[in-house]
Design a protein around this ligand. Structure first.
Ligand code: MTE
Ligand code: CO
Length: 423
C-alpha cells in the first residue's frame, strides 16, 4: 500500500475527469444517482427567490447553524466537576492553523473569572529596583508585538499512556490551540521595573482563586514571553484570561497564566503545588522528572480520524493533520498508511513557524483497503517524534504529562476509523 506521487497525480486526474464527464458530482456514486437533471442546478432555490439577512442581523457573527457540531467537548469521566476542568478543541473539524477562540480548549483550576479592564492591575515586585503596578491602559502604551504560538496543556494525550482509549483526535490531542497574540514583551515590563542582579526567576500568578502560580527562569522571561491582551485580533475571551494573559511560547500550557495579576522576581524557584505535586512525571524507579517545561515535537492526523470517517469511498483522499514543537519550527512531517512500514513525506501548507502549529497534507488515491494511519513530526533541532513503545521505554507507565508519541488510527475499508495501538 505504498503511494508514489507520480502515480497518484495521474490517477487523480483521470478520476476527476471521469466524474466531470459523467456530468454530476465528483464521485462515481453520485454520478450514477444523477441520471436525470439535478434540481439543485435546474430549479430556482429558496435562497435565490427572496432576499437574505441584512447587515444588521448579526452585529457579531456566530458560525452558521449547519456547523453547530464544531464545538468544544468534554470527556464525561474527566469532567465530574466542571469548575476545575478541561474541554477539548474540535481539531478534527478545523483546517489551517489558527484556532478560533470560540472553540479553543479551556483548562481552569478554579473556574473562569469575569475581570473588568477597569479592575485590572498587574504588579511586578520582588528583586526589582522599582516595584510597579500597571493598569490595563498602562500596558496598552508600551510597544506592542504580534506573534502566533500554540498553547498545549502538558496533559494533552495523557489518557493514552496505558493504551488506546479515547476515540477521536479532539479527545486524544485537543488540549491545544494556536492563536495570534498581540501584547507587550515581558522583557519590556521587567526592564521598566529593573531586575536586580540576584533575580534569577520570576513567579507568576493569576487573579483567580487557584492563582495557578508558576516559576519561570529569568532567561526565558527575558526571551520570548508576551503579556498578551488580544488573540486573533480581538480581546481575549473570558475563558482564555481576559483582559491579560501570559504567553510562554513552546512551554507547557500550565505556565500560560490567565488573568495575570502578579510577577515576583525571585532568587530561587518557588516550587509551588503546580510544579511539584502536579506537572511532574513519576518514572519507573519512583523518582520524578521536574521542570519539564518544553513541549516536545508532536503531530496528529486530524482527518481521516474516528470523528472524521471517510464517507466518499475509494479514490482521491486528502489526509491532513497538525504538527508542532516547543523547541522551534517543524521542518518535516512523514505519513504512513501501513502502520510505519513505509513513510511518505507530507506537504507542509506553509513552512514551519517557531513554536506554532504547522498544517500538513498528503493527497493519496485510496484503494479502499484498511489503513494504519500515522504521522511523525521532525523539528528544527533534528528531534523526531517517537513511537508509543519508544516513549514508554524511556518514561515507563506512571506519567500523565508530556505524551508526544505517534498516534495510530485504524481506518477500515468502510471508512470508519478507530484509535488503536500497534507495536
Ligand atoms: N491560569 C490561571 N490563572 N488559572 C488556571 O486555571 N490553567 C492553566 C493555564 N493558565 C490556568 C491558568 C492550564 S493547566 C492551561 S493548559 C492553560 O492555562 C489553558 O489555557 P486556555 O484555558 O486558554 O486554553
Ligand atoms: Co494545562
Amino acid at each position: 500500500m505504498t503511494t508514489k506521487d507520480k502515480g497518484l497525480s495521474t490517477s487523480r486526474r483521470q478520476f476527476l475527469t471521469g466524474a466531470a464527464a459523467a456530468g454530476a458530482g465528483a464521485v462515481a456514486a453520485t454520478a450514477a444517482k444523477a441520471a436525470g437533471p439535478d434540481p439543485l442546478i435546474t430549479e430556482l432555490q429558496d435562497w435565490a427567490s427572496s432576499t437574505g439577512a441584512g447587515v444588521d442581523a448579526t452585529p457579531y457573527g456566530l458560525p452558521i447553524e449547519f456547523e453547530s457540531d464544531v464545538v468544544r467537548r468534554n470527556v464525561e469521566w474527566l469532567t465530574a466537576d466542571t469548575i476545575s476542568s478541561i474541554n477539548f478543541t474540535p481539531i478534527h473539524a478545523l483546517d489551517g492553523t489558527i484556532t478560533p477562540q470560540g472553540c479553543a480548549f479551556e483548562r481552569h483550576h478554579s473556574g473562569a473569572i469575569e475581570l473588568k479592564k477597569e479592575d485590572y492591575r498587574l504588579m511586578i515586585n520582588g528583586l526589582v529596583d522599582t516595584p510597579l503596578v500597571f493598569s490595563y491602559e498602562d500596558l496598552e502604551r508600551f510597544p506592542r508585538e504580534n506573534r502566533v504560538y500554540f498553547c498545549e496543556c502538558a496533559a494533552n494525550t495523557g489518557m493514552e499512556w496505558a493504551g488506546a482509549q479515547l476515540n477521536g483526535a479532539q479527545f486524544t490531542h485537543g488540549m491545544i490551540h494556536n492563536m495570534e497574540y498581540s501584547g507587550v514583551s515581558l522583557r519590556t515590563l521587567l526592564n521598566e521595573a529593573g531586575v536586580k542582579p540576584e533575580g534569577k526567576w520570576i513567579f507568576v500568578e493569576g487573579a483567580d482563586a487557584s492563582s495557578n502560580g508558576r516559576s519561570i527562569p529569568l532567561e526565558k522571561a527575558m526571551d520570548d514571553v508576551l503579556v498578551a491582551f488580544k488573540a486573533n485580533g480581538e480581546a481575549l475571551r473570558m475563558e482564555h484570561g481576559y483582559p491579560v494573559r501570559l504567553v510562554v511560547p513552546g512551554w507547557e500550557g500550565n505556565m500560560w497564566i490567565k488573568w495575570l495579576r502578579r510577577i515576583e522576581v525571585t532568587e530561587i524557584a518557588v516550587e509551588s503545588r503546580e510544579e511539584t505535586s502536579k506537572y511532574t512525571d513519576t518514572m519507573e524507579d519512583g523518582t520524578s522528572r521536574k521542570w519539564t517545561w518544553e513541549m516536545d515535537a508532536k503531530s496528529i492526523v486530524t482527518s481521516p480520524s474516528p470523528q472524521m470517517p471517510i464517507k466518499h469511498g475509494h479514490g482521491p483522499l486528502v489526509i491532513t493533520g497538525l504538527a508542532w514543537s516547543g523547541r522551534g519550527a517543524i521542518t518535516g512531517v512523514d505519513v504512513t498508511i501501513d502502520g510505519g512500514k513505509t513513510w511518505t513525506k507530507a506537504r507542509l501548507a506553509a513552512p514551519g513557524q517557531d513554536k506554532a502549529l504547522t498544517r500538513f497534507y498528503l493527497d493519496i488515491d485510496w484503494n479502499g483497503e484498511e489503513m494504519f494511519l500515522q504521522s511523525r513530526a521532525r523539528d528544527a533541532t533534528g528531534y523526531v517524534q517517537p513511537t508509543k513503545d519508544q516513549l514508554r521505554e524511556v518514561r515507563g507507565l506512571n506519567s500523565i504529562y508530556h505524551n508526544n508519541c505517534i498516534q495510530t488510527w485504524w481506518v477500515k475499508s468502510d471508512g470508519e476509523a478507530e484509535n488503536v495501538e500497534i507495536s
